[in-house]
Design a protein around this ligand. Structure first.
Ligand SMILES: Cc1cc2nc3c(=O)[nH]c(=O)nc-3n(C[C@H](O)[C@H](O)[C@H](O)COP(=O)(O)OP(=O)(O)OC[C@H]3O[C@@H](n4cnc5c(N)ncnc54)[C@H](O)[C@@H]3O)c2cc1C
Length: 64
């Protein structure tokens, strides 16, 4: 039995994330792919890659 069962989505979205191209706003989380750390990680990772792919080359931090 999982203690976090009441925190789980009954029906996950089935998509990695949602993206509004007009607002350029995305949402992600475990409710997208399933209520586990893996689902939350994959959702965030895929949205981050989507944002970076639209922004061009990722900025690199410069050390002073
Ligand atoms: C008791 C418990 C035990 C669990 N054990 C496991 C386990 O053993 N293995 C496993 O794989 N998964 C486990 N899970 C599930 C796992 O914790 C979640 O799947 C994961 O944390 C979801 O990550 P997330 O980033 O989608 O959401 P969250 O971790 O819920 O992060 C959402 C964040 O958004 C913030 N937030 C909410 N509303 C606002 C707002 N209006 N403005 C600003 N910030 C906001 C919250 O404060 C929170 O920091 C457990 C869950 C619970 C509840």
């Amino acid at each position: 039995m999982h203690r976090w069962r009441f925190a789980r989505s009954e029906r996950p979205l089935g998509e990695s994330f949602l993206w509004d191209p007009d607002a350029r706003l995305g949402v992600c989380g475990d409710w997208c792919l399933g209520g586990r750390i893996e689902g939350a990680y994959l959702s965030g990772d895929r949205l981050a890659k989507h944002v970076l792919s639209r922004a061009g080359t990722p900025r690199t931090a410069k050390l002073a």
